[in-house]
Design a protein around this ligand. Structure first.
Ligand SMILES: [Zn+2]
Length: 330
């Protein structure tokens, strides 16, 4: 990820606004495009690692303005403080709330509070015909966090799910270096790309795990760098599918890529605590509708309202009032 700070953005917006306003009278309505959203969590990649690794695909998705540092972990020492661990982070994104609300404090996901709706439930409540999909290297994302099919979690919310492979130890024998996780990530990536191109779901989530496995196994160093570069290639397959959809159909896609936590500063092996490096994450997006909040270190809980804004989802007032985030999309 190459970093370019764009201090002239405010001026650009002003010029753009003047141009739009002065051109209003002559603007005719174009064809109505269908919005679509795909978000991708790649596990446990600190912002500094991403920024120091060549990731041409993420660079091209971000363009000039689509990269920002972000944070996880809630307020240090406050009620919202949330462990910088995986399932907690995923659920911060999925529900737009911190752990004191969604009640997931570890990767066991013992008793999630489904009163804080996930993005798929919001989408299906808004319009049951919206097409939803999950592609994931960790099955609990669907069965526990989303709670798909559970009455208390809103019933069936996913039209398509591609997961379960880490539980198939015959096909994917578990090895200490987690090569099986990389193989599953590759499988999940290929299916996500194939399905996006063929079916164009309105809302989908891709979860890839290998970068965190390498972080735990090797800590900071060339192995983690190589894993991040491999991830960039995987994103390239999905991004290519999104671009093909946009060329073939009248669809307006947003892609958001982020991570669930950083890593400890000393070795990079661990995470879970509230150090600056563990809390510091990043977001990459292709969106052209980013507002100032995007450049003010947004939080992982800001992603849900941003996706909802892009998809123009109506969020029930009692659910909206519970959200801890705000949209970085206008
Ligand atoms: Zn993680």
């Amino acid at each position: 990820m190459l970093i370019q700070h764009t201090g002239d953005r405010r001026w650009m917006m002003t010029i753009l606004l003047i141009t739009v306003l002065s051109g209003c009278a002559s603007v005719t309505a174009g064809p109505i495009t269908t919005p679509a959203a795909i978000f991708i969590i790649v596990d446990g990649i600190p912002a500094d690692v991403l920024e120091n690794t060549a990731t041409p695909v993420l660079d091209s998705i971000a363009g000039k303005d689509g990269y920002t540092r972000a944070f996880v972990g809630g307020e240090v020492g406050g009620a919202t403080q949330s462990p910088t661990s995986s399932a907690i982070g995923y659920n911060n994104l999925l529900t737009g709330t911190w752990a004191n609300k969604h009640n997931v404090y570890d990767n066991q996901v013992g008793d999630p509070n489904y009163a804080y709706w996930d993005i798929f439930r919001i989408a299906k409540e808004h319009d049951p015909t919206l097409h939803t999909a999950v592609f994931s290297t960790w099955t609990d994302n669907r069965t526990k966090l989303i709670g798909d099919g559970l009455e208390e979690a809103g019933g069936n919310k996913l039209d398509y799910a591609f997961d379960g492979f880490e539980l198939d130890t015959e096909r994917f024998p578990h090895d200490l270096l987690a090569n099986y996780i990389r193989a599953i990530d590759d499988l999940v990536t290929d299916e996500a790309a194939r399905y996006v191109e063929s079916d164009g779901p309105d809302l989908s989530w891709v979860y890839l795990e290998y970068t965190d496995s390498v972080g735990h196994g090797y800590g900071d160093g060339p192995e983690l760098t190589a894993a991040v570069q491999h991830m960039d290639g995987q994103i390239g397959k999905i991004w290519s599918a999104v671009q093909k959809r946009q060329q073939a159909y009248d669809e307006d896609w947003i892609i958001i890529i982020t991570t669930d936590h950083g890593r400890d500063a000393k070795t990079g092996h661990g995470h879970g605590n509230q150090s600056e490096r563990e809390r510091t994450t990043w977001i990459v997006t292709n969106s052209d509708d980013l507002n100032e909040h995007y450049y003010q270190t947004p939080a992982i809980v800001d992603i849900l309202p941003s996706i909802a804004a892009h998809l123009r989802l109506k969020i029930p007032e009692n659910i909206r009032n519970q959200l801890d985030g705000q949209s970085f999309i206008d």
